[in-house]
Design a protein around this ligand. Sequence first.
Ligand code: 6MZ
Length: 346
Amino acid sequence: MFENNSDIENSKCLQQFCQILPKIELHAHLNGALSKKTLDDLYKMKYPEKTDTCEAFNFASLKEVFEVFNIVYSVTTTPEAVFIATYNTIKEFYEDNVIYLELRSTPRAENGMTKTEYVLAILKAIETCQTEKIDIIVKLLISINRKQGYKAAKENIHLAIDMCKEYKNIVGIDLSGDPTKGEAFIELLYQARKAGLKIAAHCAEVANEVECMNILKFKPERLGHGTCIHQHSNGSERLYQTLLDSKIPVEICLTSNVKCKTVANYSSHHFKYLYESKHPVCICTDDKGVFDTTLSKEFTLAVEHFNLNKSHLVNLMKSTVNYAFASDIEKNKMIEIIDNFKNVWI
Ligand code: 6MZ
């Protein structure tokens, strides 16, 4: 990858640049984002008598990664735990110089906790961070897990529609879950859209031309992954052209796709085709805890594998502002922060 010492120096400098760059995170699953420290703290809280720590993550494919979430779920079973999980996660993104964060999470009813209580615990953590002047804007997308079926999806959509009237931080719906199971619930997504919620839909994480076309026809505000759309990544020319024509921004999750083996390696990641076609893209972490990454690391990988320079990174970040489910005032504030940074560092 590096030709000589000055390349290495340059790379170190770009790595530091990625760290200090004010960043925008648009694709972060709460239960996938928990750091080892947060998991261990929650484990101790749940099992005070035990001396070991939370089980290590072990997976070798996309299929296996969905098992890993059950480890996390075993410690986020109370509103207190969900509060701590959210609070710590927001702080960690903030410490990575993230200025705007969209968290997404699937409400769970278990152990006497209701789905409403689950969502309220997340909102309380967001509010607490605001009160403590942690300078990061945080929004919430309510997720529907395609594997859990229609009834659960409908419940989550209706919960989001009801709660977003009072809680303005709830701005959208995320369609996610194991892409080999269940369906996309497009009829429910239309209901959410009618109620004013924005939609971010996982799409083509595995090859499924019919479903992908249906999602593209629905035109979500953003697409997650978009892996198997290009003809060189198990998609087709027709699908890729439909995506390009749609101009729907794609949330790119480099480490997630490589670790789940849905793309062979970083250099052949579909980010390359999309970026070269000038299609709207944003770089995201997906599950920073599960994949042991940070948003800075994801930008560093983009620099290393796709030859991006400082100006490219700043431009990428500024265009990402447009895809955020934020108000115009918030978007203007983000642009101002990025422009100020650019004036100092470029
Ligand atoms: C699809 C994913 C995902 O909602 O409990 N999730 N869905 N593809 C992925 N790529 C690896 N990564 C995470 O966070 C965990 C849930 O997010 C979805 C899965 O449904 C997972 O159970 P929450 O906060």
